[in-house]
Ligand binder design. Structure first.
Ligand SMILES: [Ca+2]
Length: 324
């Protein structure tokens, strides 16, 4: 029994407030040439351009490790599944006769962040630029970064080396001004507040791109833990999607045993970080992305009509709330 596919519609502006609908994050296709986006033409509530991505899900009831599962999905479908909402979680049709665990597309590959300065979505980056070190300079302490407890996303320095720590910890911190004039602030704060302070009074939390700069920051107060501007956002989706939806079980991820960079769904359909070498069934997705389409619309029904016009029937459109 086939369920209708999910069509994700990404609009450049919210649907009219009176439609009572939530909308997706504004997408890249925000410009409509020759049309004034602020003043829709007569008869239209708004002008929108959108991409549609159609997803179908496939539960594969064969146990593989995460990497083999990913390879299988890429070969036979598009990729391992990406979840955008609880609705997706409930849409997957699972067989009645499996162990309750299944791989999904969420992972936190250590090759992107463990001891290196990578360029992936889950890699380390500097607060001042939002980017990793172009030169790749890094000065991790032995055994760091460790992502201990699954909650170490911010970086502190002591004795000239770096350690990842929970961002809520309270430390002194180093700011920089202009061309890397470093200043130590002796008041203790969590990473976020330290960053705010640096941005208000200096340029940002310390950005360190070579050994000379590292020594300069270290020499401010070698013995103290002090925040620097390095942080990361762990976990990304196998297909590169930007979905920020998370459905962890309580206390996950916990990085138990040091490292569990793959994600399995449990019997409650909530997630737990796991060893990638474990073997479970898995969920693939097949996605179809449309060309950019531009329409004048009043309400969601207009979009549905547009689909009908294109001969796509059995459509269920949903607006995703991601934009407050
Ligand atoms: Ca650590």
């Amino acid at each position: 029994m086939d369920r209708p596919p999910v069509y994700r519609v990404r609009l450049n502006r919210p649907p009219p407030a009176e439609s009572g609908l939530n909308m997706d994050r504004p997408p890249a296709c925000a410009r409509v040439r020759g049309l004034n986006m602020d003043r829709p033409p007569a008869g239209a509530s708004s002008v929108s351009c959108f991409h549609t991505v159609i997803y179908k899900y496939y539960f594969i009831n064969t146990s593989l490790n995460w990497n083999d599962a990913q390879q299988y999905c890429r070969q036979h479908y598009t990729d391992l599944i990406t979840f955008w909402s609880l609705e997706d979680v409930n849409r997957v049709e699972r067989p009645s006769d499996y162990g309750g665990f299944a791989w999904i597309g969420l992972f936190d590959d250590p090759a992107s962040w463990k001891g290196i300065m990578g360029n992936d979505a889950n890699s380390w980056r500097w607060s001042a630029t939002g980017m990793t070190n172009p030169g790749g300079y890094q000065k991790w302490a032995n055994g760091e970064p460790s992502y201990s407890g699954g909650n170490e996303q911010c970086v502190t320095m002591t004795d000239g080396v770096w350690l990842d720590k929970p961002c809520v910890n309270l430390y002194r911190f180093a700011c920089f001004t202009g061309q890397k004039n470093y200043t130590l602030v002796t008041q203790i704060m969590n990473w976020e507040n330290a960053r705010r302070y640096c941005r208000e009074h200096h340029t940002d939390l310390a950005m360190i791109e070579d050994e000379i700069e590292n020594t300069a920051v270290s020499s401010l107060a070698p013995q103290y833990y002090k925040w620097i501007g390095l942080y990361r956002e762990p976990w990304r989706w196998s297909d590169g999607s930007q979905s920020s939806f998370k459905n962890w079980v309580t206390n996950a991820p916990d990085s138990f045993g040091g490292i569990q960079p793959c994600t399995r769904e449990q019997s409650t359909y909530q997630w737990n970080d796991s060893r990638c070498s474990d073997k479970y069934p898995f969920i693939c997705q097949k996605s179809f992305k449309s060309k950019e389409t531009r329409i004048m619309m009043k309400f969601l029904s207009d979009v549905e009509a547009e689909f009908q016009r294109k001969g796509i029937t059995d459509v269920r459109l949903t607006w995703k709330s991601a934009h407050p």
